[in-house]
Write a protein that binds this ligand. Structure first.
Ligand code: THU
Length: 133
């Protein structure tokens, strides 16, 4: 599956804005809300390492702050050579707003490497008390 060029462009811009002086690993993310709008985020690191934010978390926050509570598409981008893939914590964060059939694109700046359904990334997700939105 291909991602739309606008989504790739937003993730590229986000990746360029990453604050990652510790890992030097710049990550950009874009999520699409149910309203069709795209929301971007980048990783924001901290000298206290565990306090850093992943790009996906930033993008989700931007979406929620805009009043959206459903994700219909996700794209995560790294410069390479490591495969971009949402970390375990971000899979759970995404699960709050994304259904199992939501496409997740994993991309380098110039191309989509792989597209999977969100349910493949987090089967048997923990959803106790989830509002089911
Ligand atoms: N990172 C993300 O932003 N998203 C991911 O899906 C994987 C990892 C960030 C966290 C940290 O700032 C850097 O990449 C290296 O782990």
């Amino acid at each position: 599956m291909s991602a739309d060029p606008e989504m790739l462009a937003l993730a590229r811009q986000m990746m360029a804005r990453a604050y990652a002086p510790y890992s030097n690993f710049h990550v950009g993310a874009a999520v699409r809300g149910a309203n069709g709008k795209l929301y971007g985020g980048c990783n924001v690191e901290n000298s206290a390492y565990p306090v850093g934010n992943c790009a996906e978390a930033s993008a989700i926050s931007a979406m929620v702050a805009d009043g959206q509570a459903r994700i219909t598409e996700v794209l995560v981008m790294t410069p390479g050579p490591d495969m971009p893939s949402p970390c375990g914590s971000c899979r759970q964060r995404l699960r709050e707003f994304a259904a199992e059939d939501v496409p997740v694109h994993m991309a380098f700046p110039d191309r989509i490497l792989k597209t999977v359904k969100f349910g493949e990334l987090l089967p048997y997700a923990f959803v106790h008390g989830h509002p089911g939105n």
